[in-house]
Design a protein around this ligand. Structure first.
Ligand code: 8YV
Length: 344
């Protein structure tokens, strides 16, 4: 008996052909988040789901879908999954780390450059026929070279961003939640970066890029008080998760030009973007395309498909987020049940 899998979104033909060897697949594509009742209707009876950050996998959904054994999240972030509830139900959660670091760091750097050099604003200016000739003060913005970038979170993507920032001549300060460890030594040695507390980073940085996961500690990490600490010439970049910033407070700071600009690829209630942000020229807005590169998205999908195939073949998937949920004996039994049902 093949595994019953719900794929939220699409798969490349080659990955469909790989998965369909092992699974009965239902595809549900969507741009906006599915309502929980709709998601429940499609997930009922399925043993695995390939999901993405816009898909909320709540405890209520898990209660209503007792067949669910594996959530293969096609993303490095997994804040869309109630991890504690999944673990309590022995539902294994996997993600796709390590293959989207460069793509996402590239986009963060692109957003910084777009904000500093007013690229989108200047493009609009030309397209609207406003350019009448050279002016020495046209579209001026801050130099990057020699300025200070503050990095919040030094995981894979934060490290990739640091590489790019150093290449542009930026000095680096960073902050992280974890206690000091060898990762601090590596980051300091490799990027000549100084670890500071968030408060100091906010006060010192000319540019700030967020590269931490969204969790109970980081939700609204950047609120009114943190925005108040930033320099008026500060540029804030977010390619991580929208809810790490108090979006309403950010809108207010940008409208009042209390910070120079913001480059946002993620928002608190995607795909909703506040009208006030749409009207500002000191904001660059992108539709959550951090890892939107051909090879990167293919690798993410490959990891997501491979996690389903591995688990239901009795092998621990490569990137299990909730290690306590993986029980080899349980999965040997699940695999055996499928093999027995297939042989009948
Ligand atoms: C993905 C992301 O592109 O990986 C994540 O956590 O948010 C993005 O890089 C997006 O989730 C689509 O899969």
């Amino acid at each position: 008996m093949k595994v019953k899998v719900l794929v939220l979104g699409r798969l490349l033909q080659s990955l469909h052909e790989k998965l369909v060897e092992h699974a009965e697949i239902e595809y549900v594509d969507r741009e906006a988040p599915l309502a929980q009742d709709m998601l429940m209707a499609h997930l009922k009876g399925k043993e695995a789901v390939i999901s993405e950050p816009l898909d909320t996998i709540s405890s209520e959904l898990m209660d209503a879908c007792p067949s669910l054994k594996l959530i293969s999240n096609r993303a490095v972030g997994f804040d869309n999954v109630n991890l504690m509830q999944a673990t309590q139900r022995s539902i294994v959660v996997t993600n796709t780390p390590g293959v989207l670091d460069a793509a996402t760091a590239d986009l963060a750097m692109a957003l910084l450059l777009a904000c500093a050099r007013r690229i989108c604003e200047a493009d609009r200016y030309v397209r609207q026929g406003k350019w009448t000739g050279f002016k020495s003060d046209l579209m001026l913005g801050p130099d990057l070279f020699g300025k200070t970038a503050g990095i919040i979170g030094i995981g894979r993507i934060g490290q990739a961003f640091a590489q790019r920032a150093r290449a542009f001549g930026l000095k680096l300060v960073y902050t992280r939640n974890a206690p000091r460890d060898e990762q601090d030594d590596k980051f300091k040695d490799e990027f000549h970066a100084q670890r500071v507390e968030l408060e100091e980073l906010l006060q010192r940085a000319d540019f700030i890029s967020i590269h931490c996961p969204l969790n109970s500690q980081t939700r609204h990490l950047i609120g009114q008080a943190e925005l108040d600490r930033m320099k008026p010439e500060c540029i804030l970049i977010n390619t991580a998760r929208g809810a790490i910033i108090d979006q309403q407070a950010l809108v207010s700071h940008l409208v009042q030009r209390r910070i120079y600009a913001a480059g946002l690829d993620v928002f608190e209630n995607e795909p909703e973007v506040p009208q006030q942000l749409l009207e500002l020229d000191n904001v660059v807005l992108l539709p959550h395309i951090g890892s939107a590169c051909f090879e990167t998205r293919r690798r993410m999908s490959e990891l997501a498909v491979d996690a389903v195939i591995a688990a239901f073949s009795g092998s621990r998937p490569e990137h299990v987020v909730n290690a306590d949920a993986w029980n080899q004996e349980r999965w040997d039994l699940i695999t055996k049940e499928h093999q027995t049902a297939t042989s009948k």
